[in-house]
Design a protein around this ligand. Sequence first.
Ligand SMILES: Cc1cc2nc3c(=O)[nH]c(=O)nc-3n(C[C@H](O)[C@H](O)[C@H](O)COP(=O)(O)OP(=O)(O)OC[C@H]3O[C@@H](n4cnc5c(N)ncnc54)[C@H](O)[C@@H]3O)c2cc1C
Length: 328
Amino acid sequence: MNPFHYSKPVDVSQAISLAGAASRFIAGGTNLLDLMKENVARPEHLIDITGLPLKDVRETANGGLMIGALVSNADLAWHPLVEARYPLLSQAILAGASPQLRNMASTGGNLLQRTRCYYFYDAAVPCNKREPGSGCPAKDGLNRIHAILGASDNCVATHPSDMCVALAALDAVVHVEGRGGKRTIEFADFHRLPEDAPQRDNQLADDELITAIELPPQGFVEHSHYLKIRDRASYAFALVSVAAALELDGDIIRDVRLALGGVAHKPWRDKAVEQTLKGQPVSRENFVAAAEAMLRDARPLEHNAFKIKLAQRAIVRALSDAATGGKA
Ligand SMILES: Cc1cc2nc3c(=O)[nH]c(=O)nc-3n(C[C@H](O)[C@H](O)[C@H](O)COP(=O)(O)OP(=O)(O)OC[C@H]3O[C@@H](n4cnc5c(N)ncnc54)[C@H](O)[C@@H]3O)c2cc1C
């Protein structure tokens, strides 16, 4: 690990004034410290944000929720308003990591956790995400856990978060603040596809701090389900995950959200596919058709073609479980 400066600001403007290309904010530290120990992240300055007043969950005027960036994953999953109004989010968070990690991990940090690509974590091999222009050994290497959608020649890594898949489905909004002021970013636009700049995971500037995540009022309380498929029953990242949410009128689908994890560099939504389900009855045939459409552009690598069928079946199951409200 390289030497670094350490600061602990007491308010947001102080934290932002210290931020820059060579610095990193640190919250729970559950990802950043691992990256520093592996020599993958080498910040010159750590800005400890755990003293900032960003730990509240409060209701918004329109009936949604504003979640402070430093609310822990555990506190968020078990928060009574989240459990009651956004069960999809609680389920997704509790499907991730372990209780100890969820106690430490923050909401903002979860969005910015980095890929679990083996080559990214191994500083002895090339990686375009770590060293732009150096190459991507995953493309022709061990790529069982890698992307089947939206990848580029430069990078086939996936985004590993469970929470973010639910936030994508729920149309969350990310609130950020930097030296240029405050702005909001729609969740669908927050994370990037790798294209020709895989070193950039998201749209944040170096001096920008995530201050909160806003959830709109629609929480799909009656009909939602998060399904995570992984190699072990716990403490493993998703091979494929699905956040499915339905608003039903009898058996007619009035609204639907479908987001996939483990398949791309960002949580994967396809609004055109969602549109095809609207106004249709709940049926296995309609869910199968949506699942096939959702994966129509999938491009497997040597070792991950199994993810296509796995994702399609997971979509059908997650939608079916959402439709029955878990009472199949
Ligand atoms: C063994 C293990 C298993 C795991 N399993 C899963 C899993 O199954 N599913 C899953 O979803 N996750 C899993 N995780 C990942 C875990 O959820 C993340 O490490 C955690 O959410 C990151 O939050 P943190 O507060 O610890 O972030 P930190 O490590 O403190 O920071 C991560 C990044 O976010 C930046 N950052 C943090 N807060 C802010 C902010 N407010 N504004 C701007 N930048 C910020 C930091 O600069 C850093 O770049 C696992 C982690 C480990 C170690």
